[in-house]
Ligand binder design. Structure first.
Ligand SMILES: [Zn+2]
Length: 330
């Protein structure tokens, strides 16, 4: 069941942690913890440091961490997800203090874990208490915070694919939800420069758009409004290279290429992701890797049995790929 989160935001908002009753367990990593300690004077009874998201690691953490009344997750996606896992297993109170807004993990009910190196989603715990401390978040590298815009900007290409799937395969489609998603995309567009500059308004915008997106996706039990073929590009790049990238970089590349394939206002889409500061040229990938990913995209999608999209209806020709790469690096 979806639960609406209480979000407290402000400069220095995390200092309210010192007033929480009961035995706290902080869940964090080195970098965010050092940053947190510089700014907030709060000494929890126990601090657990997250190493990785392998399921056995999480199970061991649950076994080895002492009893607590409240789990406090401080950090990025892995810290929030580990905190969610422990609070879900223990059925206790949870407070999340994201120190970057690069992913929607602080808002979702699912926990991304790795089983045999593959991502699996487990659990069901909607975060109910979230503290957004601008000063903490603004200490992180700007590109990490800007990356969060990718899963809102992806609505542009995802809505096209959702409608296409509905028309060609009869997949359920909800026009009211599509309108809500479009309103989120417009809100992103209006606040792109605030997001780019990681202002307090930009941070609030990203968090609020994540909240709205998580809510309507939970309502229809699908991520269709924000997950289309641009995400197939992202998954394809990770599969091809066997490397991990910043999600915002890959989804940015996906929006750039797929809006062209869809002939769906590609100039507008590129302008939007550029204004938000997404690194859609993917600095850590080579042109050859991007070329191979796009040329093999349909085969990858079929092998991985991914959802229906423009990749099913439009052939990705060599000419398309060359034109797209030329436009990408222009
Ligand atoms: Zn995504």
């Amino acid at each position: 069941m979806y639960k609406k989160p209480a979000i407290t935001s402000g400069t220095g908002a995390a200092s309210s942690l010192k007033d929480i009753p009961g035995v706290p367990l902080a869940v964090t990593m080195d970098v965010p913890w050092r940053l947190f300690q510089k700014q907030v004077s709060w000494t929890p009874d126990h601090v657990h440091f997250v190493s990785d998201m392998d399921l056995p690691t999480l199970e061991a953490a649950d076994r080895l961490c002492p009893h607590c009344d409240v789990v406090v997750g401080i950090g990025g996606g892995s810290c929030c997800d580990t905190a969610k896992y422990l609070a879900w297993k223990r059925g206790c109170r949870m407070i999340l203090v994201p120190t970057i807004v690069s992913v929607d993990a602080p808002l979702t009910n699912m926990i991304a874990v790795r089983v045999d190196k593959k991502v699996q989603y487990i659990g069901d715990i909607f975060p109910e208490e979230i503290i957004i401390d601008y000063r903490l978040i603004q200490e992180a590298p700007k590109e990490l915070n800007r990356a969060g815009a990718c899963d809102i900007a992806s609505i542009h290409t995802a809505l096209f694919d959702w409608k296409l799937a509905h028309e060609n395969t009869g997949e359920p489609y909800f026009p009211g939800v599509a309108r809500e998603a479009l309103a989120c995309l417009e809100e992103l567009d209006r606040n792109a420069s605030e997001i780019h500059d990681v202002t307090s308004k930009g941070i609030d915008t990203i968090v609020d758009l994540f909240r709205r997106e998580v809510e309507f996706c939970a309502r229809i039990g699908a991520s269709r409004p924000e997950e289309g073929a641009e995400h197939i590009v992202a998954y394809g790049m990770e599969h091809l290279t066997r490397r991990h990238f910043l999600h915002g970089d890959l989804v940015g590349l996906g929006i750039f290429t797929i809006s062209r394939l869809q002939q769906n206002a590609p100039e507008w889409a590129e302008n939007l992701i550029r204004r938000c500061g997404l690194r859609y040229t993917v600095p850590e990938a080579t042109p050859a890797e991007i070329r191979n990913c796009l040329l093999g995209l349909r085969a990858f999608k079929e092998k991985a049995r991914l959802f229906y999209s423009v990749v099913d209806t439009c052939e990705i020709t060599e000419q398309f790929v060359e034109d797209t790469l030329a436009a990408l690096y222009k």
